[in-house]
Design a protein around this ligand. Sequence first.
Ligand SMILES: N[C@@H](CCC(=O)N[C@@H](CS)C(=O)NCC(=O)O)C(=O)O
Length: 229
Amino acid sequence: MRRLYDLCGRDEELRFSPYCWRAKMALAHKGLDVETVPTPFLGVAAIEPNVVRTVPVLDDHGVRVRDSFDIALHLEHAYPDRPRLFSTDGGLAAARFMESWAFAALHGPVMRLIIVDIHDQLDDPDQAYFRKSREARLGKTLEEAQADAGAAIEELSQALAPIRRTLEYHHWLGGAEPLYVDFIPFGTLMWLTVIHGHLPLPPEDPVASWFSRCLDLNGGLARRAKVAA
Ligand SMILES: N[C@@H](CCC(=O)N[C@@H](CS)C(=O)NCC(=O)O)C(=O)O
C-alpha cells in the first residue's frame, strides 16, 4: 500500500500544497500508483504525533518518508529502473539549488498574492490555526500581507526571470526531458494556480508554456486538479 498525505482545504478535493504537488509529480513520473489521503493542517500532527510536522508524508509499503525532497530521493533509490528524477549527481545538486531558490525567490510573491485566499479555502478550525500561526510568523495580519494583486503579479513575473531565461536553452529545466528540478517550481506555481484559479501570466510567456507542458505530463495529472472557483 502506497499512501501520500496531501494537504486539503474545506473541500477535500482542493489540494494546493506546493510540496505535495512536487511529491505527486515525482510519484507519477516514476509511474507509481498512490492513494492520496486528504489532510487538513490540523490533521498533520496526527499522522505520527511528535514526529510529523509537515506534509507531504509518503508511506511506501511501511517505509515512511517526510519532506518532499526526501520523498524524491527515496523514490530515486527505491525505484532505480523507473524514469530518473535526477539524471546525475550534478542534476541532484542543481535540484537542491532550485529548492532553495524557489523558496527564497517565489514563495514571497506567491504568498502576497494568495495568503488570504488560502485562509478562505480552509475549514473553520484550520482557518483559526492558519491565521494565528501565519500572522505570528509574518508579524502582520493576513490582510496586510496580501498585497495589491497587480504589484504581486509583477513581482512574481520578475522573480521568474531565471526560469524564463533557462527555458531559452532547453524545453525543460531538466534539459531535454522533465526532471524533479522542473517539479519544484511547478509545485510552487500549482499552489498559486489551485488557489488563484489560474496562473496569472500571459500565455505567450515562456514560463506559462512550460507550465502548460508540465500540466500535460503523466497523463495530465495536474491539469485535472480542482482549482478554487
Ligand atoms: N520542507 C518540507 C516543507 C513542507 C511544508 O512546509 N508543508 C506545509 C504545507 S505546504 C505544512 O505541512 N505545514 C504544516 C503547518 O503549517 O502546520 C517539504 O519539502 O516537504
